[in-house]
Design a protein around this ligand. Structure first.
Ligand code: UDP
Length: 487
């Protein structure tokens, strides 16, 4: 049998903007740069939100990149506890979507040649075997996260008691150790279902033919070397690790609405701090007030994508509402200090619930980003040369914040975080001023500009990430031959 001319890649995204955005972008790169045909299957996070629909619409490349929404799975028989975490709900949704995914694949006119699932969808790798095609796992995060993730089944066997109760950092072979306070949310309580699911996913990743990672070689050279070295983490990763990033949506300020663009155009270059906590991040009411005061006291310009506060223990409280209206201006203002919007009206803008974050970051007036350190937000910041104040909230964000502040040099962070204490207004004001007007901030800005250049080079034709995706295509063709021969 002849190998197909144009390979058809089928990609499967788990719910949530943080997964949808990079997997759609991967599909687009496979098509635009490497001559694939691609179909991206998407599981809506709940009811389709306007923001999700916009990403899906903007991604379509007629005839070459299709985006197909799978029906939301019926979770009634899944035995999901009413207290299940966002993560547990996501992986269970992925599991329950298997019948719909299988039927959708069977109904496709163009047969898939390769399957790429995002990291919450490893239970779909067996579908690659059923179809007789190579299968890959796409990790929309960084190498240190991947390293610690792959090592979790080993820690699970070796460590007794709760990880957070340890005083010493966890050694990850060949990598920077992970401090107990930085472990991902899924590892905070070993009796919780999400912990078991997390360990299972980590153990399933090596079932794929390789891993695609949303970073570039120069960003994390040492950690990547450890991931490829059999003596360190190579024995857990098994297949090759392809660095394909940074993959973020290509956007321009011109894509912004008229009013917002006019406001941004009036601000001096690199003078505005963007404040945004990703698709699901929410602060406690007390923290929200301190942040408002901190911004005001800093006397710096800002744009704040503001969400309703949530109870303190639920930092991803908005996850399943991402991109939807979450309270109008009046309701949101009631959570801010009295008179805040009036006093800051000449320097600040508050956007309710959801805003065009990537487009705002691409505007030249933005000079700082107070961010929850989700990996997409981080990449959007770096690719626009914008330094960060790291304010991690949930998932793997504490790990990302430590990476950015201590290794990559792209961020500073409040000293109270990641503990659950409230960061006070004076400290916040100081951090904002440091970032926007003081020397310490200038050094980080210069470093981020360097990173921006190296990221741009990596994804350009001939760059390391471009070549890595080309290599993945070659390996994929070889694997197709092997599979065909074996049958
Ligand atoms: N985002 C956005 N508007 C918002 C909040 C988030 O467009 O108001 C986008 C943001 O630009 C990023 C994604 O949603 O591309 C969030 O992904 P990330 O990995 O940063 O964090 P997560 O939401 O997964 O925690």
């Amino acid at each position: 049998m002849e190998k197909p001319e144009k390979l058809h890649a089928v990609l499967l995204s788990s719910p949530g903007m943080g997964h949808l955005i990079p997997i759609v972008e991967l599909g687009r790169r496979l098509v635009a740069d490497h001559g694939f045909e691609a179909t991206v299957f998407v599981l809506p996070s709940s009811q389709a939100s306007h923001a999700e629909a916009k990403i899906i619409d903007s991604a379509m490349i007629p005839k070459l990149l299709h985006v197909v929404e799978l029906p939301a799975p019926d979770l009634s028989a899944a035995g999901l506890s009413p207290y299940a975490t966002v993560f547990t709900r996501l992986v269970v949704m992925m599991r329950e979507a298997r019948p719909a995914f299988r039927s959708a694949l069977a109904a496709m006119e163009s047969r898939p040649d390769v399957l790429i699932v995002d990291l919450f969808g490893t239970e779909h790798l067996c579908i690659g075997d059923e179809l007789g095609v190579p299968k890959y796992v796409y990790v929309p995060s960084n190498a240190w996260f991947l390293a610690s993730f792959l090592y979790t089944p080993t820690l699970d066997k070796e460590v007794k008691g709760e990880y957070v109760d340890r005083t010493e950092a966890f050694e990850i072979p060949g990598c920077k150790p992970v401090r107990p306070e930085d472990v991902v949310d899924q590892m905070l309580d070993r009796s919780n279902q999400q912990y078991r699911e997390y360990v299972r996913l980590a153990g399933e990743i090596p079932m794929g033919d390789g891993i695609l990672l949303n970073v570039w070689e120069d960003l994390q050279a040492e950690t990547l070397a450890a991931l490829r070295n059999e003596e360190f983490l190579g024995r857990f990763a098994k297949g090759p690790v392809y660095t394909v990033g940074p993959l973020i949506r290509p956007v321009r300020p011109s894509g912004l609405g008229k009013e917002l663009l006019e406001w941004l155009d009036k601000q001096p270059s690199e003078s505005v701090m963007l404040v945004s906590f990703g698709s699901g991040g929410t602060l406690s009411a007390e923290q929200l007030v301190e942040l408002a005061w901190g911004l005001e006291l800093s006397q710096q310009r800002f744009i704040w994508i503001l969400r309703k506060p949530t109870v303190k223990s639920l930092d991803d409280g908005s996850f399943f509402d991402a991109g939807k209206a979450g309270g109008g201006n009046d309701e949101l203002s009631s959570f801010l200090p009295d008179g805040f919007t009036v006093r800051t009206r000449d320097v600040g803008l508050v956007l309710p619930s959801w805003g065009p974050q990537a487009e705002i970051l691409s505007h030249p007036c933005v000079g700082g980003f107070l961010s929850h350190c989700g990996w997409n937000s981080t990449l959007e910041s770096i690719l626009n040369g914008v330094p960060m104040i790291a304010w991690p909230l949930y998932a793997e964000q504490r790990l990302n914040a430590t990476l950015l502040a201590e290794e990559v040099g792209a961020a500073i962070r409040p000293k109270e975080l990641p503990s659950k204490e409230v960061a006070g207004r004076e400290e916040i004001a100081k951090l904002v001023r440091t970032m926007m007007v003081e020397e310490g901030g200038q050094a980080i800005r210069a470093r981020v500009k360097e990173l921006q250049r190296s990221a741009e080079e990596a994804v350009a034709e001939g760059g390391t990430s471009y070549e890595s995706l080309r290599k993945m295509k070659e390996d994929c063709k070889k694997r197709i031959h092997q599979i065909m021969k074996a049958h």
